[in-house]
Design a protein around this ligand. Structure first.
Ligand code: URA
Length: 213
């Protein structure tokens, strides 16, 4: 069972589960769905960044000087798989506004079914940065594996993958290709259908975020 894999973190916080359930409703409007993606992504960021490095700084309160801990947001990269990853990206940037952003665009050639990259732009110096790859749906895993393959070529300091809904097929594909990459997901659904949609899932995340259907 994919969830037995120690690199898979199922985020079971009640607020996350509540929002995922609302997102599944077929009658949720584009506005509602997009807002929920932002909110749940911000909540996921708390879990994903639980082990992010902090350093000590001096801080003057109105009463005296003390020390506190801060993260170095500039060392974080949120890498969005276009186009649906944009929804998670926006939610995570609300929590870590200083993070850097990368984009990777992929499509599946309808004839060969091979994943083709049409866009790739990442911040420089990835060996100094922790990269968090985001895409709402981990379905077949083909795009996630292709994105991780490509980003791994740049030797980031660390690599994580975040999705909202996954399925056993996608988790297995990711575990085979990138066994060391931790995966964060808010749901592990039953299966893929014959068109590559997750069941029960929430439909096409990109269309629902952007209102394109
Ligand atoms: N992509 C989606 O947006 N939804 C699915 O169910 C599978 C892939």
């Amino acid at each position: 069972m994919a969830s037995d894999n120690s690199t898979v973190h199922l985020v079971e916080h009640p607020l996350v589960q509540h929002k995922i359930t609302l997102m599944r409703r077929k009658d949720a409007s584009t506005n509602t769905f997009r807002r929920l993606v932002h909110e749940v992504s911000a909540l996921m960021a708390y879990e994903v960044l639980r082990d992010v490095a902090t350093h000590e700084v001096d801080v003057d309160t109105p009463l005296e000087r003390t020390t506190g801990r801060v993260i170095d947001g500039k060392k974080l990269v949120f890498a969005s798989i276009l186009r649906a990853g944009t929804g998670i990206l926006d939610g995570m940037l609300e929590v870590v506004p200083s993070a850097r952003v990368g984009h990777i665009g992929l499509y599946r050639d309808p004839k060969t079914l091979v994943v083709v990259e049409y866009y790739f732009k990442m911040p420089a110096d990835l060996p100094d940065r922790d990269v968090i790859v985001v895409d709402p749906m981990l379905a077949t895993g083909h795009s996630a594996v292709a994105a991780l393959d490509r980003i791994a070529e740049h030797r980031p300091k660390s690599l994580k993958f975040v999705c909202l809904v996954s399925c056993p097929e996608g988790l297995a594909a990711l575990a085979r290709a990138h066994p060391d990459v931790p995966v964060y997901t808010a749901a592990i659904d039953r299966q893929l259908d014959e068109h590559g949609y997750i069941l029960p899932g929430l439909g096409d995340a990109g269309d629902r975020i952007f209102g394109t259907k």
